[in-house]
Design a binder for this molecule. Structure first.
Ligand code: F6R
Length: 614
């Protein structure tokens, strides 16, 4: 939540910062701002409520000169989204400006102490407390800006990635992190900083991921220096950035979400590349093989995740229980972190996260580690905090996901879980050769199957027009597709603002059936699997109460096709992979309803893509 970006070098900072903010807007879009340090050391600070484009209009007649600057796009935590609470924030005297992603938990105590020392506050933010604390430390100790940042951060409890600039100091940016992501890009005589690598990609492929408790000194006259709060210097570990600009652009699609839905045949290809043999259909994940003993002797597997990643984990649970015969539980990371779970060193905790930065999932990992569990990560963003904090793991390799509603990450996660189940089951000998080859062959066929599913786009775009009136939807599924129903409902909620509930189809008669009438459509997943007949009965129950049914069925379906009001026909694959096939029309369904309603699909209200606060 919140995106930060900074530049110091010889180019004009403003265009770099604005482009960077646009790349990071998925992290929050309540307000935006920029602080530019001019040649003579003055700071020009501009900020306003709304998206980055509002900021561009707001500054159109302003002095935007300067080769040093910091900028911010906000997802509000402390204080409503307005001009005053927007970042950057000045210190009391106006000498220091700060941008911040995260939460300062002890801000109230610090604020009170600063107020007793004559500090006044303009905003309701925790960030203004931090910048004033830095100024206070600097003034009372007559120390350098770096020492002031170190002194202030030692007093702070919370999560942050910050960057500060100072009046009269046009040669330096100081940035620090604790539990919020921070990447520094190294160019020729210039440095960049950002919450993730996307704002840096067109300028450099040399990046340094700043670790927790580290401070980066970006000085125009010196190489990058990284120190901790006690000024102990750490080695600067430069990594090559594997990302291209085209991955960060819409590529002719009106929205990132539609681009990402359509990318899925390719992203699944990338996800399975080198992991499934095209001849023997043997599946191999080195992250599992290298720790085979852990998986062979696991007492239990615990998935921790949030949102869409939690839904994918529910599917992973079924696969691992069915094929590996290991008991699996799936926990919301936010609940797990505050529980007292019975975890020991025979347990494996699998953390699932597209961004690799979700605060609750990171906290769950910390707890699992403290109890001795082996922690395995399933992440998309390379080099992310979760990828670094886990003992082993597997990347999705589906490319940057920018649309706030997760699509290709979900299908990538389920694909990875199928490969994990097959790898472990093979090692354990709990799956027959024939079954393993059938599933692996189907994984291999997935990209072609998804290409076919995507041809349903026009049909879906056409019939959803009739459903924009609906205020509520119910999504029903069973077995492997119960989590798919949850995921379909989540997609609709988050981008169309229509209330939707996912339910295990048979549970409906224990309560929700009371809601069924002609105004509440039901989306039923009734593909050919071992619970098909049961779902048919559940659909019958809806129809006999006057409900309107949109069904997702197999191409050869003859029963539900006659009962449902609208049918979406999809190809059939192994049962455990059907959630991937079914997810795509559900994504298109939510997308087209939101478009029909004229909503901002890529940046739905109140949401941010990377939830780095709890
Ligand atoms: C929904 C969505 C969220 C995320 C959740 C976890 O479309 O994107 O529910 O799935 O915030 O995020 P990650 O996977 O980055 O940990």
């Amino acid at each position: 939540m919140c995106g930060i970006v900074g530049y110091i070098g010889t180019r004009d900072a403003y265009p770099i910062l604005i482009n960077g903010l646009k790349r990071l807007e998925y992290r929050g879009y309540d307000s935006a701002g920029v602080a530019l340090v001019t040649e003579n050391g003055e700071i020009n600070l501009y900020k306003c409520k709304g998206k980055v484009k509002n900021l561009e209009e707001f500054v159109s007649n302003s002095d935007l000169s300067g080769h040093v600057g910091i900028a911010h796009t906000r997802w509000a935590t402390h204080g409503e989204p307005n001009d005053v609470n927007a970042h950057p924030h000045y210190s009391h005297s106006g000498s220091i400006a700060i941008i911040h992603n995260g939460i300062i938990e002890n801000y109230a105590v610090l604020k009170e102490a600063l107020m007793e020392n004559g500090y006044e506050f303009k905003s309701d933010t925790d960030t203004e407390v931090l910048v004033n604390l830095i100024e206070y430390v600097r003034m009372t100790n007559n120390c350098s800006l770096l020492e002031a940042v170190q002194g202030a951060l030692k007093q702070v409890i919370g999560a942050y990635a910050i960057a500060v600039v100072e009046k009269g100091n046009p040669k330096e940016i100081i940035a620090a992190r604790q539990s919020s992501p921070l990447v520094v890009g190294i160019g020729k005589g210039e440095f960049f900083l950002a919450s993730d690598a996307s704002p840096l990609v067109e300028y450099t492929d040399k990046v340094v991921y700043i670790k927790n408790g580290e401070i980066a000194l970006l000085n125009i006259d010196s190489p990058l220096k990284v120190v901790d709060f006690d000024n102990v210097e750490s080695k600067v570990n430069v990594k090559k950035l594997e990302m291209s600009i085209s991955q960060l652009e819409k590529g002719g699609y009106p929205h990132f979400m539609l681009k990402e839905i359509n990318e899925q045949p390719k992203t699944i290809t990338d996800c399975i590349r080198g992991r499934i043999s095209p001849d023997s259909f043997e599946v191999k994940l080195s992250g599992i093989i290298d720790h085979a003993d852990k998986f062979l002797n696991a007492r239990r597997i615990v998935f921790v995740a949030c949102g869409t990643s939690w839904h994918a984990s529910l599917i992973g649970k079924r696969m691992i229980e069915e094929y590996c015969q290991i008991p699996v539980v799936v926990e919301y990371a936010s609940e797990f972190r505050y529980s007292n779970p019975v975890i020991c060193d025979k347990d494996i905790v699998i953390a699932v996260s597209q961004s690799g930065e979700t605060a609750d999932t990171l906290a769950a990992i910390e707890l699992a580690k403290s109890k001795g569990a082996f922690v395995f990560g399933i992440c998309n963003v390379i080099g992310s905090s979760i990828a670094r904090e886990t003992d082993s793991g597997v990347y999705l390799h589906v490319g940057p996901e920018i649309g706030v509603a997760s699509t290709k990450a979900f299908t990538g996660q389920v694909t990875v879980m199928a490969m994990i189940a097959l790898t472990v089951a093979k090692e354990k000998g709990t799956i027959s050769e024939e079954k393993a080859v059938t599933i692996a062959r189907d994984l291999y066929r997935l990209p072609k199957v998804l290409e076919k599913v995507l041809t349903l786009n026009n049909q879906i775009a056409d019939f959803v027009k009739r459903f924009t009136y609906a205020k509520n939807f119910i999504y029903l599924g069973r077995g492997y597709n119960y989590p798919t129903a949850l995921e379909g409902a989540l997609k609709l909620k988050e981008i169309s603002y229509i209330h939707a509930e996912g339910y295990p189809a048979a549970e409906m008669k224990h309560g929700p059936i009371a809601l069924i009438d002609q105004d509440m459509p039901t989306v039923a997943i009734a593909v050919t699997d071992h619970v098909y007949e049961k779902v048919v009965s559940n659909i019958q129950e809806v129809k006999s109460r006057g409900g309107v049914v949109i069904a997702i069925v197999a191409e050869k379906d003859e029963i539900v096709s006659k009962m449902a009001d609208f049918c979406i026909k999809v190809p059939s694959l192994s049962e455990c992979l059907m959630p991937i096939v079914v997810a795509v029309p559900l994504q298109l369904f939510a997308y087209h309803i939101a478009v029909c309603k004229g909503l901002d699909v890529d940046q739905p209200r109140n949401l941010a893509k990377s939830v780095t606060v709890e």
